[in-house]
Design a protein around this ligand. Structure first.
Ligand SMILES: [Zn+2]
Ligand SMILES: [Zn+2]
Ligand SMILES: [Zn+2]
Length: 171
């Protein structure tokens, strides 16, 4: 199955969400863990969102959708579970979470890199070729530092926002 893309039509996307969730369920089963109803709900919220969400955003969403509140401690535990199962990623700088774009992919998953639009907060997961990351790591080491996380979180402006900006300048 193809990677989750940002530009899917919404109807197509919601159908896709279901299939991705199914895939995630199988994935957990194969590991002897279980995607409980709560975990599933939170994972689908993240898959449906184009933006990264904080634990508190997710608590709010959950209350709105399910009608019952979820304590912050439980939310963090669920997020940790989903992260351990490689179903979501944590953006360390923003302290927010995104669904992995490759939940239902068969190809191997390298260290994820993220493009983050500073205007609309849209996040895209990308893979940077390993030689580039290795070169980066070499540079870091040569300066007497050790790279703890090679996960890059890059400040960007997405095409949609960039076009809007240009239009404003033209007027
Ligand atoms: Zn993929
Ligand atoms: Zn991923
Ligand atoms: Zn944008």
């Amino acid at each position: 199955m193809e990677c989750l893309q940002e530009n899917d039509l919404s109807a197509e996307r919601s159908h896709k969400v279901e299939r991705i969730i199914e895939h995630a369920e199988q994935h957990c089963k194969a590991h002897g863990s279980r995607l409980t109803v709560k975990r599933k709900q939170i994972l689908s919220d993240l898959i449906r969102s184009e933006k990264a969400l904080s634990a508190y955003d997710l608590i709010e969403l959950y209350a709105k959708e399910v009608g019952s509140s979820i304590p912050a401690m439980s939310m963090y535990r669920i997020l940790q579970f989903l992260e351990d199962e490689h179903l979501i990623h944590k953006l360390n700088l923003a302290n927010k979470y995104v669904a992995c774009a490759h939940i239902s992919c068969d190809h191997s998953h390298s260290v994820p890199q993220f493009l983050i639009c500073g205007e609309c907060n849209k996040v895209e997961e990308i893979s940077i070729p390993k030689p580039t990351i290795d070169a980066l790591e070499e540079t870091v080491e040569s300066r007497g530092f050790h790279l703890i996380s090679p996960q890059l979180e890059m400040s960007c402006v997405c095409n949609d926002c960039h076009i809007e900006e240009t239009q404003v300048t033209v007027q």
